[in-house]
Design a protein around this ligand. Sequence first.
Ligand SMILES: CC(C)(COP(=O)(O)OP(=O)(O)OC[C@H]1O[C@@H](n2cnc3c(N)ncnc32)[C@H](O)[C@@H]1OP(=O)(O)O)[C@@H](O)C(=O)NCCC(=O)NCCS
Length: 312
Amino acid sequence: MTATILRLMRVEDLPGVNALLIRAFSTARRDEGFSCPALALCRMEFLRFYQQDTPGSCWVAEAEGRLCGVVFGHGWGRAGWIGPLAVSPECQKRGLGRALLERCTDELRGLGCRLVGLETDPASLNNLAFYSVLGCTPGPLLVDLVHEIEPGWVVETEPLLISYGQEPAPFESHLPAFLEANGVEADYLHLARLLQQHRFGESWLEMEGDQVRLFAALQIIPVSVQERAGVGRIMAVVGPGGTGADRLEAFIHSAAARSGCSHVVVRLSTWQMGLLAALLRRGWRLINSHLRFYITGGEKRGNGGMHLNKWD
Ligand SMILES: CC(C)(COP(=O)(O)OP(=O)(O)OC[C@H]1O[C@@H](n2cnc3c(N)ncnc32)[C@H](O)[C@@H]1OP(=O)(O)O)[C@@H](O)C(=O)NCCC(=O)NCCS
């Protein structure tokens, strides 16, 4: 029997990683009876962005020189997350998924992540079984909401919005303290730098004088080759507790419009019922759902601040 080894993912693995991801996910979705099982290939710039995030926690499984499993880990300060994870269909049910997940988790813990989580499609019974057998703790259901940005939407003067691309200094000096003050464990300065370095998106601060009021990180490049351009995805948004839907909407619309988007997507925990209901009443449409699982640590309900994030 051929030995399977786990080794760090390399940039030159990415085309093979792309093919494996699409085959594993499309086959699993077909086997589970999804109505549109086939997924399109990921954009290579998306995979490069994901692999360069935390290269020491991205692993592949290999047998006889062929990739048979992949996992991407993301270490953002005290918070880490995992995804995507996939094992090629012919190599499943032999312990590889568990081995990859454990290796990735160990690396993230070693980097200082107190919280490690992931998100999965709640419609996949196999994935619910897999993560439950591995002892992961279920967290909130998350939903993606989309909204069209009216042409010409830009709040020109007030409030002041600044981007990392144009003015990195206020991010470098103010963002860590702002995140700490709002009880956020994730290091979004790392994310802002990464988005800028890969030209993958843009990060925004809403300022009042020299005080940060709101922060958002926006992904602009689509994930798959079939997804249309112009849809901005909020990867994270942070503000003080009590930030209402109108304020949130104005901020992310302005940030997305300035980044050249026609639509914006935000991921929201169903624990935040008030915000969710208010956005739906304002015409946002619900397009997707995900179940969050924690491998280690967890998030507290209503820890004071407003913190929405898109992990996978
Ligand atoms: C999910 C996935 C990564 C699991 O990989 P795998 O290599 O088959 O999983 P393992 O063999 O390591 O299974 C680990 C444990 O989960 C259990 N398990 C896995 N699927 C299960 C199921 N459908 N029902 C019950 N138990 C299951 C296994 O029996 C095993 O238990 P054990 O260690 O006590 O024997 C794989 O099925 C896959 O790539 N799916 C498609 C892509 C995908 O959906 N990825 C997850 C995205 S969040």
